[in-house]
Design a protein around this ligand. Structure first.
Ligand code: B12
Length: 213
């Protein structure tokens, strides 16, 4: 891996939020692809942060500073991910489910969807079933994307799908789910229409769903 990427990764792990912007800009000036910076440096860093947290080598405050550092890096890359700005491929409502405050992955999915020409309504984090149902009724999106990073909040996704069914809305919106602990088997079990392991798969799913309409 290029030393530029290694430097960005190390900065995120160490929570060097005052230096990250400079490092990312420098990598860009050396023609590193934004997607490579995201995948091989920023996301790779968060994976390592997760491992260190699991091993109790770091605690929540360090994890938070790393997250803040990653977000600063992403902000610089965001404008570069916007490709087909004028087209309107379809509408996607995105949210992190109730009880869950993790939003880095969701934000990345939103950015990539926007870059691919979708209109994204990002509801934020910790969004309960009732709020989601209300938004689906109000906006009538093609796709509802749900994110969960905690094993304890995954069942919330099933609750959302069940509530859509109860209100007669299930046939009107495709539901895609994602987040580190989520997998295809879980998605199928709860009756979601699709599972994406990363932001590119989320975009592919949304494209497929809109093409199906
Ligand atoms: C950063 C972080 C935090 C930050 C979050 C900051 C923020 N604004 O998001 C803070 C410090 C707040 C935090 C808090 C907590 N965290 Co935390 N956190 C992480 C960490 C290190 C990284 C997550 C991340 O941002 N990854 C990078 C992004 C880009 O990846 P991603 O989210 O997976 O998203 C990608 C894909 O999954 C997919 N995707 C995501 N969403 C969606 C949606 C759709 C529709 C699709 C298709 C795809 C998709 O695309 C994304 C882009 O590629 C993870 C470790 C890990 N490896 O996941 C732990 C982790 C998730 N946290 C964990 C824990 C335990 C907690 C706390 C309970 C700690 C505590 N004791 O307080 C709290 C819970 C707070 C809450 N109620 O939510 C555990 C969860 C364990 C479990 N079994 O559930 C983990 C796994 C760490 C660990 N190894 O133990 N955390």
């Amino acid at each position: 891996m290029g030393s530029q990427l290694e430097r960005i990764k190390t900065a995120v792990i160490a929570g060097k939020h005052t230096e990250i912007e400079e490092f990312v800009r420098e990598a860009l000036s050396k023609d590193f692809d934004p997607n490579r910076i995201i995948n091989d440096a920023l996301i790779a860093a968060m994976d390592e942060v997760g491992r260190r947290f699991a091993d109790q080598r770091i605690y929540v405050p360090e994890m938070l500073v790393s997250a803040m550092t990653m977000k600063k890096g992403l902000e610089i890359l965001k404008p570069l991910l916007k490709g087909e700005k004028t087209s309107d491929r379809g509408v996607v409502v995105m949210a992190t489910v109730k009880g869950d405050l993790h939003d880095i992955g969701k934000n990345l999915v939103c950015m990539m969807l926007e870059g691919a020409g979708f209109r994204v309504v990002d509801l934020g984090v910790d969004i309960g079933v009732e709020d989601l149902i209300r938004k689906v009724e109000e906006i009538g999106p093609h796709v509802l994307g749900l994110s969960a990073l905690l094993t304890t909040t995954m069942p919330e996704m099933a609750r959302v799908i069940e509530a859509l069914r109860e209100r007669g809305l299930r046939g009107r919106v495709k539901v895609m789910v994602g987040g580190a602990p989520v997998d295809l088997a879980f998605a199928e079990r709860i009756g979601a229409d699709g599972y994406g392991k990363d932001a590119s798969e989320a975009v592919q799913l949304a494209r497929d769903f809109v093409a199906l309409k």
